[in-house]
Design a binder for this molecule. Structure first.
Ligand SMILES: Nc1ncnc2c1ncn2[C@@H]1O[C@H](COP(=O)(O)OP(=O)(O)OP(=O)(O)O)[C@@H](O)[C@H]1O
Length: 389
């Protein structure tokens, strides 16, 4: 099926698309390993549109994602590419795309599945497995299986067994093309070996690694500011005043059990209160974290996509895959827990592939945390400049 790649503005392929598309179109399984914001989504969607046949009423492509937010975003891009152009042949059946995501009631999807299977499903593992167990979905005609943010899925204790089952049951590796994508695949040689040994992919799977010596986008500058925990709030406000970000994401860590027991307020509340009482700029102030209900999460995310200026306070739930290209600044109110989390948080900025605009990531640390950040710099091969207020 043809899709509207140029009509929607994708004219020149990015590096990962240039390297991956010939391999994907040749029918081989692939591990797409490339910087955040480098266009991996479009690479696998183009493969899907090249193989699906909308005359057949079967599920032909399945994209598995770790969060509801990423699922909403991928489904949106897929629908945008599929929308019929003026030149479409009238008898062409349109491609149907179902989002099967945690937090939905799944009632509407059940009736839809009973009536006619969609061509493409974008799903989180929990909701997908519920439907598979109830035999609401058949995957025997699946042509493409994509696991996005694959390292995250394999690292998540509540997802890994479902993921393993999905990879070896329901469909055969010989009938489908399997694609894994992420900006971070730690120990990728070991992962490649496991893919073949465990029969998650065919034996000739290709690992496509764009920019291996530059895991982070070049047009992102990194800075750090040393301050005590008690000064962090005022330091953040001073930074926002001097940086004047167009739009920014402020990342905080999940509150620890120890901090909860000590009766401390969660960092999300501390930051939101500070922003609301400071009257900085005319940004919309929004919150995205696991524990708020799915409706509020969806509302926050939808609002972000309306195009106004925002300051989004988020936990790492917004760290994976979320594409908000107007984000010019990232603030790590808390030091990310490891280098991979740093990479994905930082990668929520610098997401316009052919733009020269410089984006900035600023991490607030105590003096004791300096060596940890230094370790991330070594691991991810980037340099962080010290900032003084
Ligand atoms: N060929 C292209 N030309 C212009 N823009 C593109 C092209 N391909 C992708 N983009 C844009 O680049 C941005 C990032 O793409 P995408 O979300 O696929 O990144 P990603 O590689 O999946 O990143 P992450 O690892 O963070 O999930 C999106 O806004 C997308 O619309």
């Amino acid at each position: 099926m043809a899709c509207r790649v140029e009509e929607v503005g994708y004219i020149t392929p990015t590096e990962i698309q240039r390297q991956a598309l010939p391999v994907l179109f040749s029918g081989r399984d692939c591990i797409l390993h490339a910087q955040t914001g480098s266009g991996k989504t479009l690479a696998y969607l183009l493969l899907i549109y090249s193989v699906i046949n909308t005359q057949r009423s079967t599920v032909q492509a399945l994209i598995v994602v770790p969060t509801r937010e990423l699922g909403m975003q991928v489904a949106k891009v897929a629908r945008m590419l599929a929308a019929k152009s003026d030149e479409a042949v009238p008898e062409d059946k349109s491609c149907t795309i179902m989002a099967l995501l945690d937090g939905g009631t799944l009632r509407r999807q059940k009736s839809w599945l009973k009536a006619e299977p969609p061509t493409i499903i974008v799903a989180t593992l929990g909701s997908l497995c519920q439907m598979l167990e109830k035999h609401m979905i058949k995957l025997d005609s699946l042509r493409v299986l994509v696991i996005d943010e694959v390292d995250f899925m394999f690292n998540s204790s509540d997802q890994v067994s479902l993921l393993r089952k999905l990879l070896i049951s329901y469909t055969s590796i010989n009938k489908r093309q399997t694609v894994f994508a992420s900006a971070s695949i730690p120990q990728h040689r070991r992962f490649l070996y496991d893919c073949i040994q465990q029969k998650w992919t065919k034996g000739d799977v290709v690992h496509i690694h764009a920019n291996p010596v530059q895991p982070m986008p070049l047009r992102v500058n990194h800075r750090f500011l040393v301050c005590s925990r008690s000064d962090r709030r005022s330091a953040l406000l001073s930074l926002l005043q001097s940086d004047k970000p167009q739009s920014a994401i402020i990342f905080v860590n999940e509150q620890s059990e120890k901090s909860k027991k000590a009766g401390n307020a969660p960092a999300t509340d501390v930051v939101i209160d500070a922003l609301k009482s400071s009257h900085i700029g005319s940004h919309e102030i929004l919150l995205l974290e696991e524990k708020i209900n799915f409706n509020s999460r969806a509302a926050s995310f939808a609002e972000l996509r309306q195009g106004g200026a925002y300051l989004l306070v988020a936990t790492d739930i917004a760290g994976r895959g979320v594409d908000l290209p107007d984000t010019t600044h990232i603030y790590n109110f808390d030091l990310p827990k490891d280098a991979v989390h740093y990479l994905h948080r930082a990668g929520r900025t610098g997401r316009k592939p052919f733009s020269e605009a410089i984006c900035v990531v600023t991490t607030l640390i105590t003096s004791e945390e300096r060596f940890v950040l230094q370790r991330y710099e070594n691991e991810l091969m980037f340099h962080c400049d010290e900032l003084f207020l």
